[in-house]
Design a protein around this ligand. Structure first.
Ligand SMILES: Nc1ncnc2c1ncn2[C@@H]1O[C@H](COP(=O)(O)OP(=O)(O)OP(=O)(O)O)[C@@H](O)[C@H]1O
Length: 496
């Protein structure tokens, strides 16, 4: 299985920042030329895995059973779940979707569906509601974008007034932009119109006549309250990063959005790399009879899948100066770039940015108080390789698809396992390899054990003593998430 997953996606090369003549050198120039992060496309060469499975099976049903087992696809109702999508061309031969879409997927480099796509696409095309959980970087976005576009292509009467048929909700503006870009790229030349909503004020006085709306909950709600969205044609609503969407800050908005959805006929779908039982239980109050699809080896707790493309390391750094020393050492000895660094809050983002800039490392930063222009520029500069390091808060921990990232550094240890999983998942995407290094000190001890258990389940090795640390109680976990540990200053700000 590991081998199949590794070869499902093509690998990538790596640039290092490291020591040159005793100084920290920055090879950003190489990076710029070698690794711009293209907006779209699979760039993958899938192996003929179907042929391999086929040779061992004598019927379609057996083949599917065999593939589910080997691709670690688990369902809550195997008996009435639809077939697996073995190849993208079955969108046409089985589901009657226009061949234009197949050509488009092929031209974008998407030659074979990933495991989550194999199971979710047929479910959504068969009008089932889906709760989907698979590892970061495993292709969940296309798993809902392809059936949405397929359904539009099948049902659209071009004479009719356009009414939104699908709404995709995302937790941040960056994710709205990214997902809408995926929609636009796949729907290119297919006469499908999409829009992104992410400002807090309603857009214009006109009705929104787009086939697909991608939005943050608040911006979408604003449009609904202003009466500018007619949801009478709505067929699907997707809650991406669903566990985030059902956190307290979004819950009331989601509730109100659901009250605008016209009928039980609207398919509601939840996607995330981390789908704890509590979210699933909550979702059952508004989703009848969903199919739960989980892809990947479980980590002991069924709601998280293991990630085997990331070399995960924990590094005890003691206090703040230990962290700074460890970071400098990493850059001096050579760290694979581009590098994404997470810290705990906005002030620390800017402090670490200043420290790295003083070390002459080309760095950008982003947090939620930055202007939209700054946010977009930082993301673009990083994607295109104009800067080597991006320092951020948890604003970017979910969903962002910077496919070139080689190393993630948790300069400040995360305060929950799900945050850890999403943060490190910015590397090792689409079958590529990556490294995640997490610094920790005394103040982080309470969270070490659950994260160490996850790392061990994924196959990375850790020293034995880590497993003798006590596991945190539920109340300790909740407290940590509400109030992260106090940390000392990153650097004396004098002269910076
Ligand atoms: N069938 C495919 N063939 C090749 N590449 C693919 C395929 N499907 C998706 N990808 C690529 O895989 C990468 C990761 O996909 P995506 O962003 O959807 O991951 P994800 O599962 O949503 O991750 P996260 O949980 O972090 O949001 C993207 O760059 C995407 O273009």
């Amino acid at each position: 299985m590991d081998q199949i997953m590794r070869t499902l996606f093509a690998g990538t090369s790596c640039t290092s920042i490291g020591k040159k003549d005793g100084r920290v050198s920055n090879k950003t120039e190489n990076l710029k030329r070698k690794q711009p992060d293209s907006d779209m496309g699979g760039e993958s060469h899938f192996p003929s895995d179907i042929a391999r499975f086929e040779s061992d099976s004598n019927s379609r049903a057996n083949l599917e059973r065999y593939m589910r087992k080997h691709l670690h696809i688990r369902l809550n109702k195997e008996l009435r779940s639809p077939s697996l999508l073995l190849q993208f061309h079955e969108l046409h031969t089985i589901f009657g979707v226009s061949e234009q879409l197949l050509k488009r997927l092929d031209s974008l480099g998407y030659h074979q569906p990933t495991p989550i796509q194999r199971q979710v696409i047929p479910c959504m095309l068969s009008e089932m509601q889906v709760l989907a959980c698979s590892a970061t970087g495993s292709g969940k976005t296309l798993a809902f974008v392809i059936p949405i576009i397929s359904k539009l292509l099948k049902s659209r009467d071009f004479g009719e007034k356009r009414l939104p048929q699908a709404v995709i909700l995302e937790p941040t503006k960056e994710m709205v932009l990214q997902t809408e870009r995926v929609v636009r790229n796949v729907a290119h030349n297919l006469s499908i119109q999409s829009c992104s909503l992410m400002s807090t004020r309603a857009t214009s006085s006109n009705q929104l006549t787009f086939d697909i709306i991608v939005a943050t909950p608040y911006s979408f709600l604003n449009e609904l309250r202003e009466g500018k969205v007619d949801l009478s044609g709505l067929s699907d609503i997707v809650f991406d990063e669903a566990d985030k969407m059902f956190e307290v800050q979004f819950l009331e908005q989601i509730d109100e959005i659901l009250s605008y959805c016209p009928s039980a006929l609207v398919g509601k779908h939840l996607f995330s790399a981390t789908l704890p039982d509590a979210i699933e239980t909550m979702s059952r109050s508004f989703i009848d009879d969903p199919v739960r699809v989980i892809v990947g080896r479980g980590s002991g707790n069924g709601s998280f899948s293991c990630i085997d493309t990331i070399d995960q390391q924990l590094k005890f750094t003691g206090n703040e100066s230990g962290k700074r020393f460890a970071l400098e050492e990493l850059f001096i000895n050579g760290v694979a770039a581009p590098v994404l660094i997470f810290v705990q809050n906005k002030k620390r983002v800017e402090d670490l940015f200043r420290l790295l800039s003083r070390m002459k490392i080309s760095t950008a930063f982003i947090h939620s108080d930055c202007s939209q222009e700054h946010r977009s520029r930082a993301v673009e500069d990083f994607k295109r390789g104009f800067v080597t390091v991006l320092v951020t808060s948890d604003l970017l921990c979910r969903g962002m698809d910077f496919r070139c990232i080689q190393t993630v550094i948790n300069y400040d240890f995360p305060t929950s396992l799900s945050t850890y999983i999403h943060r490190i998942g910015r590397t090792g995407r689409a079958g590529r390899r990556g490294v995640a290094i997490s610094f920790f000190g005394e103040e982080d001890k309470a969270m070490i054990r659950p994260i160490a258990n996850f790392i061990a389940a994924c196959g990375s090795r850790l020293p034995d003593w880590i497993f003798s640390l006590p596991a945190p109680s539920k109340s300790q976990k909740r407290k940590l998430e509400r109030r992260p540990p106090k940390r000392g200053d990153i650097l004396p700000l004098k002269g910076t």
